[in-house]
Design a protein around this ligand. Structure first.
Ligand code: FDA
Length: 302
């Protein structure tokens, strides 16, 4: 109830107040902010994936501008020798307006990253985008086999089968690279598991399938029981340390993050930045009112 109330009033709160809780979770507004945050994480033995905040644009001029911003991010981050890759949301490039235009923009970004022998992750958005984002990834993977990966969401009932369907473009030489997360959007019960335990069980089943198939899983969660479950699976399959990684969001559960690094696992932090942080944060909370508790804590209990 309180969560719902906060999620409704948040868009009308002063930006300065919202920044108070957002600043720990966002690297800043500029490319330099993102690169500096990434370099600091690198100093702690942590890899990064930089993301420009924004999604669901209104016209294709914005898509072009967003592509140019990503190309600049790659240029600046590579020159600064950041040890990390890049993540993007296809709707930021007009996926829901003209999917071919979005594909061409994203292709250019992946080509740029590939020219530095680097990698771009296609984030997964809500279910109206799922098929289109899988198709986009398949096309890119054909041209850039080692430079592109996709996100899958364990709350979706289709995900286990989706992983099996990808066997045709997976090989041990160039393993398919999936980030598995729980999923952040509010989806209908016909498409998504809703209960915490159900989502966690499927998370670990999906990871186990990826391990059996010798894929490269990026295990993206801050949930201790899921991390412990993943540890057990990695041990069971005696999985080589260079064939998987853990991932977390910037600023979230830093102590747990450090424990993963200390245990010798590869860990990557998602570093979001950009001038659209206010819309991004308020939309996230509107989509997922449970996040309002995190905000409340950040505002009042710091
Ligand atoms: P859960 O939500 O159960 O949280 C476990 C605990 O972690 C909480 O109790 C809390 O302590 C802490 N926590 C979690 N999130 C927090 C936050 N934001 N602030 C403070 N504490 C927090 N989703 C998606 O649909 N598409 C995508 O492409 C991505 N990409 C992505 C990349 C990376 C690197 C991560 C880590 C996550 C995503 N997500 C995502 C988001 C993901 O789907 C999920 O919503 C969040 O990670 C929260 O789920 P947890 O697995 O952490 O568990």
């Amino acid at each position: 109830m309180l969560n719902k109330l906060i999620s409704n009033i948040l868009p009308y709160m002063p930006e300065k107040l919202v920044w108070q809780f957002s600043k720990d979770y966002i690297a800043g507004e500029t490319i330099e902010d993102a690169v500096n945050a990434a370099l600091k994480l690198n100093e702690q033995g942590i890899l990064t994936t930089i993301d420009v905040l924004g999604e669901f644009i209104k016209n294709l001029d914005e898509a072009e501008a967003n592509k140019n911003e990503y190309l600049e991010v790659i240029e600046v981050a590579e020159k600064a020798k950041v040890n990390g890759n890049y993540s993007l949301k296809p709707t930021f490039f007009g996926l829901l307006i003209d999917k071919e235009v979005a594909y061409q923009h994203i292709r250019e970004i992946v080509a740029k990253a590939a020219s530095y022998n680097n990698f771009v992750r296609i984030d997964m958005e809500d279910t109206p985008c799922t098929d289109m984002e899988i198709e986009l990834f398949r096309r890119l993977k054909e041209e850039f086999p080692a430079n592109v990966g996709l996100v899958l969401q364990s709350y979706l009932k289709r995900t286990h089968q989706d992983i099996k369907n990808f066997k045709d473009i997976h090989s041990e030489e160039v393993p398919i690279n999936f980030r598995l997360c729980k999923g952040i959007y509010v989806e209908p019960a016909s498409l998504a598991y809703k209960k915490y335990d159900e989502i966690n069980t499927h998370f670990l089943e999906d990871i186990e399938l990826m391990l059996k198939e010798k894929m490269y899983p990026a295990i993206a969660t801050h949930d201790k029981p899921v991390i412990d479950g993943a540890y057990k699976l990695l041990e069971k399959y005696n999985y080589p340390k260079e064939n998987y990684e853990f991932q977390m969001l910037y600023g979230v559960t830093p102590a747990l993050r450090q424990s993963i690094v200390d245990a010798g696992h590869r860990l990557r932090v998602y570093v979001p930045f950009g001038k659209h942080w206010f819309g991004y944060c308020t939309r996230r909370v509107k989509e997922n009112p449970a996040m309002a508790s995190v905000i409340l804590k950040a505002i009042f209990f710091k």
